[in-house]
Design a protein around this ligand. Sequence first.
Ligand code: F0G
Length: 361
Amino acid sequence: MAHQWQGVLREYADRLDVTEATPIVTLGEGGTPLIPAPALSRRTGADVYVKFEGMNPTGSFKDRGMTMAISKAIEHGAKAVICASTGNTSASAAAYAAHAGIQAVVLVPEGKIALGKLSQAIAHNAELLQVQGTFDDCLDIARELSANYPVHLVNSVNNDRIEGQKTAAFEVVEVLGDAPDFQFIPVGNAGNYTAYTRGYTEELERGITTKLPRMFGFQAAGSAPIVLGHPVKDPETVASAIRIGNPASWELALAARDATNGYFGAIDDESILDAHRILSAEVGIFVEPASAISVAGLLERSEAGVIPAGSKVVLTVTGHGLKDPQWALRVAGGGEVTPTVVPVDTAQIAGVLGLSPSGAA
Ligand code: F0G
């Protein structure tokens, strides 16, 4: 029988706080591909790989943390979980809660999350409320509710989430045989930046790797509190997943940056969408805009001369393109792609395609 990947709690049981008493709630998350990206290697002179986290069961990296957070919540007797979300956390919480047979409550900023993600949370039967405020307002309220009511918080301020998410770094090391020189990653609350740093640090401490990667995190320019050094009250960006003005793991992220000789940068929306087009058209990987910022960050840092030739570079792309697909139809500089309509006529279609007959058969 073919080997079936068991999900991150079983695959990494020795590296996580999982015991006989932990009911394992899994949808088979983790084990995502690390894909060589020759087109990006050619553009930068580095040796570039893409960790495609859109291949998780609900289409984002959140599933790695959610299997842990929901399993531990149930171990602790929780009957309901709550989260604030820009969309992916709520999709994941809803799916894992549904699988476990408990209730998920999700708070999202009104009108600010992608349709695919909204649909996921609804489909998985979450109690979804659109709050007339930002993600940061939603997180404040979720924290207050979990402190005063019987609802267990599954945002990344819950350490179980970070623990589950660190397994992505283990997988990268297994494939490459060592840590990469650079790890590029999108940053919203900076929970995943923190989780990768923890995963790589544990591998170094176990003697599996010889170094820590330099952790390079990127925020959207209209939503870049860590880069600016102060909270942003009304964050704005096409990368709705990382439209966050006051990151929950800010302090941890600064410590992680300092420990890894890392970096935080900001990328404007047009450069994010350019990178989205490059990743789709030249590498064959479809992601949501927030994820494309890893690619944009690499191109920008490469241009700045910071990435030595031959460096091993891992770009984590965090969410699937099908969650928020309409950006693919946008043309650089504005306007929309409208596919050409043709009649049911082979010769005319050949003409439109500019094909000439290949000669007598
Ligand atoms: N990429 C995607 C696709 C995300 O959904 C998020 C966060 C991030 C990157 C940033 O990760 O917050 O750990 O720095 N999404 C959260 C959510 C906020 O609610 O889905 P982070």
